[in-house]
Design a protein around this ligand. Structure first.
Ligand code: KIV
Ligand code: ZN
Length: 386
């Protein structure tokens, strides 16, 4: 693997599926897993096998189905969880166990009623035990975002010695600022003995709307895996959005950070996940929202019609959208009206356009959007067609 390659770890089926009311059945999970594999994700986190028999079954079926990606199962730092995950993953071509424990002051005190030494001991035991089943073991330091860097480095060093291949540094509560999260990754890169033996992974939640920015800051500072979900779904305000991080890396080639993602599949898989979960994507969602390539104000429309690059930083075809759309509203100008009229068969002269435009504004002031049928009616009302 090139050192500039960023592994994409998709957790739509585990952290993503923790969204209230968005439960998927095994069949739906298999369809999504197959698509994720085709999309080019490197790791599919298929579920939390010990959590329920249904989840165990889904992980097990996904492990049998997936051809290219590593298939991963989540566990707590608990013996039984690890045994169950290993069993669920036994048919995977490339299995990974993802185990871990909370490392922040509040997790140690309130969740575990424990102390730092005991937490390190449990972390090491969990990784060593997982290693008896699979070669590829990822360790998560839950709430790493609020864990003091010195202690986090001690935990990382201990689990690398125990055989962890990936170190997940979750900003579980979505609290960090990008500068702070980037500095945390940099600190670990520079202060953990043996760090070259493991990959640092970003796992950022979106409570302050910073999950994507934090993940990118992590990658710029040396992380080589990003954990994310389709449409950014997940607990509370969600996880890092796969489509956002992968397109950021693609649209900024000078960062020299590459992924294996086939971006042309992004819109299609976004629709699949949204439909399967019954979870609507907000129209203004970056990359995959229905308005992501829609232009509705006159100034923007005029620019885009002259040259797409005036107001678009991504060619819509790159993410699987046929073309950008020009929406007719009361804010639209003559250029947009002429363009849309031409699309439905009316090549207007300048004089005709002037005549039609005032009738168009009458329509537009009464409606949210002027559609193709309205254009035909405007042409009749203005005598352009009989
Ligand atoms: O957000 C988080 O800390 C997690 C871990 C369980 C990996 O999802
Ligand atoms: Zn999470």
């Amino acid at each position: 693997m090139s050192t500039n390659q960023v592994q994409i770890f998709d957790t739509t089926l585990r952290d993503g599926e923790q969204v209230p009311g968005c439960k998927l059945n095994t069949k739906q999970k298999l369809i999504i897993a197959e698509k994720l594999d085709l999309l080019g994700v490197d790791i599919i986190e298929a579920g939390f096998p010990v959590s329920s028999p249904g989840d165990f079954n889904s992980v097990s079926e996904i492990a049998k189905l997936v051809k290219n990606a590593t298939v991963c199962g989540l566990t707590r730092a608990v013996k039984k969880d690890i045994e169950v995950a290993a069993d669920a993953l036994k048919h995977a071509k490339k299995p990974r166990i993802h185990t871990g424990i909370g490392t922040s002051e509040s997790h140690i005190k309130y969740k575990f009623n424990s102390n730092k030494e005991a937490i390190i001991e449990r972390a090491v035991k969990a990784v060593s035990y997982a290693k008896t089943f699979v070669e590829d073991v990822e360790f998560y330091a839950e709430d790493a975002g609020r864990t003091d860097n010195e202690f986090l480095a001690q935990v990382c060093e201990a689990v690398i010695k125990a055989g962890a291949t990936v170190l997940n540094i979750p900003d579980t509560t979505g609290y960090c600022l990008p500068e702070e999260y980037g500095a945390k990754i940099k600190y670990l890169k520079e202060n953990v003995t043996g760090i070259d033996k493991a990959i640092l992974s970003c796992h950022c939640h979106n409570d302050l709307g910073l999950a994507t920015a934090n993940s990118i800051a992590g990658a710029i500072n040396g992380a080589r895996q990003i954990e994310c979900t389709i449409n950014g779904i997940g607990e509370r305000a969600g996880n890092t959005s796969l489509e956002e991080v992968t397109m950021i890396l693609k649209q900024h080639p000078y960062l020299n950070l590459n992924t294996n993602i086939n971006s042309k599949m992004l819109t299609d898989i976004s629709h699949l996940v949204s439909d399967s979960m019954g979870m609507v994507v907000q129209p203004n969602k970056a990359i995959v929202g229905s308005n992501a390539f829609a232009h509705s104000s006159g100034i923007h429309q005029d620019g885009v019609i002259k040259n797409r690059e005036t107001y678009e930083i991504i060619d819509p075809a790159e993410v699987g959208v046929n073309e950008s759309s020009i929406i007719l509203t009361a804010r639209s100008g003559r250029a947009a009206l002429a363009y849309r009229a031409k699309n439905v068969g009316y090549e207007l002269t300048k004089l005709e356009l002037d005549k039609v435009y005032s009738e168009f504004l009458n329509f537009a002031d009464k409606k949210k959007e002027v559609i193709d049928e309205d254009i035909h009616q405007i042409m009749k009302l203005t005598g352009i067609v009989k």
